[in-house]
Design a protein around this ligand. Structure first.
Ligand SMILES: C[S@@+](CC[C@H](N)C(=O)[O-])C[C@H]1O[C@@H](n2cnc3c(N)ncnc32)[C@H](O)[C@@H]1O
Length: 222
């Protein structure tokens, strides 16, 4: 199934205000040096991570399904030009791609928003140069949502189970109460990466007692 539902358009202004100070989980896990590298920010939102990449010297293309969020990203680019190119496109297809390969790609906290995981990973494998890297971050999929949680850390509904995959909403006040998220088992993510022909490089689990974020570093075989 191809996801073309832009769940963020109706919440774009709220989302920008809500996440303005968050920073991006992937920021500390980007392969360096980035200077001169052509990097794709897939599901770039309002460009928060795109701007970090550009600040580090990368030539950045941001792709997102939400016209409203891209509008906010382009406003920032107009205010403080960083040389970022933003394209409206569906990450689960590669029809927005101009045929020039990327040295690296990042998808920060957005694969959970994409209903077609195989399509998204296939796009990445298509647009990367051989040997190109791909880093993605997720809610750590192995830990349950917490009743009463403000909704940003939950992986699956408290009343559900780990093996119950699919889209769900916390129905609370955070991002995942506004736009929901797809829960997938860890094996689903790992097998989808392999099926796309990518190789694993490294895993990092972030959080204190209970990991809240999973960072996965992969690459296209050289
Ligand atoms: C949680 S936001 C993360 C945004 C950004 N990566 C960040 O870390 O600030 C998820 C983003 O994925 C985008 N998205 C969801 N489905 C998409 C798709 N099929 N193609 C491209 N972008 C998509 C949404 O529009 C939204 O901007």
């Amino acid at each position: 199934m191809t996801s073309t539902i832009s769940r963020y358009d109706d919440h774009a202004d709220w989302y920008v205000d809500y996440t303005r100070e968050w920073g991006s989980a992937a920021t500390d896990f980007l392969p360096e040096p980035l200077v001169g590298q052509r990097i794709l920010d897939l599901g770039c939102g309002w460009g928060q991570l795109s701007r970090v990449l550009a600040d580090r010297g990368a030539r950045v293309t941001g792709v997102d399904l939400s016209e409203r969020l891209l509008g906010r990203a382009r406003e920032l680019e107009a205010e403080r030009p960083a040389g970022i190119e933003y394209r409206h496109g569906d990450a689960t297809r590669a029809d927005w791609w101009d045929g020039v390969g990327f040295d690296g790609a990042v998808c920060n906290m957005a694969l959970m928003d994409m209903d077609d995981l195989a399509g998204a990973l296939s796009s990445v494998a298509t647009v990367l140069e051989p040997g190109g890297w791909f880093v993605f971050t997720l809610f750590h999929p192995c830990f349950p949502g917490r009743p009463g949680d403000g909704a940003t850390l939950s992986s699956w509904p408290p009343e559900g189970g780990y093996a119950t995959e699919g889209w769900w909403s916390t129905e609370q006040t955070g991002v995942r109460g506004h736009v929901g998220a797809n829960h997938r088992m860890l094996s689903t993510y790992l097998n989808a990466v392999l099926a796309a022909g990518l190789e694993f490089v490294r895993f990092t689990e972030l959080g204190d007692d209970i990991p809240q974020r999973l960072v996965v570093h992969t690459r296209r075989p050289a």
